[in-house]
Design a protein around this ligand. Sequence first.
Ligand SMILES: N[C@@H](CCC[C@H](N)C(=O)O)C(=O)O
Length: 290
Amino acid sequence: MKLHFTKMHGAGNDFIVLDATAAPLDLSAAQWQALADRHFGIGADQILIVERSTRPDADFRYRIFNNDGGEVEHCGNGARCFVRFVSERGLTSKRSIRVEVQHGIITLTLQDNGEVTVDMGAPILDPAQVPFVPGALPTRAESEDTLYGLDINGQTRWISAVSMGNPHAVQVVDDVEAFPVREEGPLVEHHPAFPKRVNAGYMQIIDRNTIHLRVFERGAGETLACGTGACAAVVAGIRRNLLDTPVRVKTHGGWLTIAWGSATDSVRMTGPAVTVFEGTIDLDRLNPPA
Ligand SMILES: N[C@@H](CCC[C@H](N)C(=O)O)C(=O)O
């Protein structure tokens, strides 16, 4: 079976985008993984599937698979690429579209300068819904936020637990470039306090409107940028009274702008969405590693 694909990125977080608006596309976890493999397949952090929505209040539905083959709830950078994709392929002529994701509806707007703004919805701060189970670990109140102690190799890391539809554990660090994100990220991702695993974010506060951020993503490893991770970090920083909206977020792949008011307000994310190339791949020839 031959599959036409588009390769895109949002601030270096890269995607294979597949159009399933005409016919459903259901591959196995091993096939998603093989497509996303950087040596044996096309290579990507995530795969995005564009579908028609069955809801009357949504224009499209989209599904997201991490490069480990697992389906996830949300992807911020992917949402921006989604809009560019449906607009470039003529699937809609609207500048502002409503898209169904696993946890509800998000609104995406194509700006005149080519950037995309996503209304990501309100953050989820109730630990049970993140989901996060603090257990007997110590906690610390800081302004509106509760920081939870996480035991990582015998050391206590203080994290904010935020869901943007998908789970995030955010830490403030002094020097994000020097921090061992790739060594500690997997330990946070698989920490038993997070029953669905978690995306591990590390932010350095530059000033009240600027952070530098690295994210070790659940199911994908460290990526050049993580949109939901940027939203979660800014929410945590504002709640801790370390940041003021809007916040410019520098990632290894570029800049994102995040705006947020209060707990019931939607988080708004603006950033780039770029089409890199298109191609066709023969699924029967995919040769995943043993
Ligand atoms: N890169 C994404 C997040 C993709 C999903 C994430 N790895 C998860 O498992 O929740 C983004 O830009 O938000």
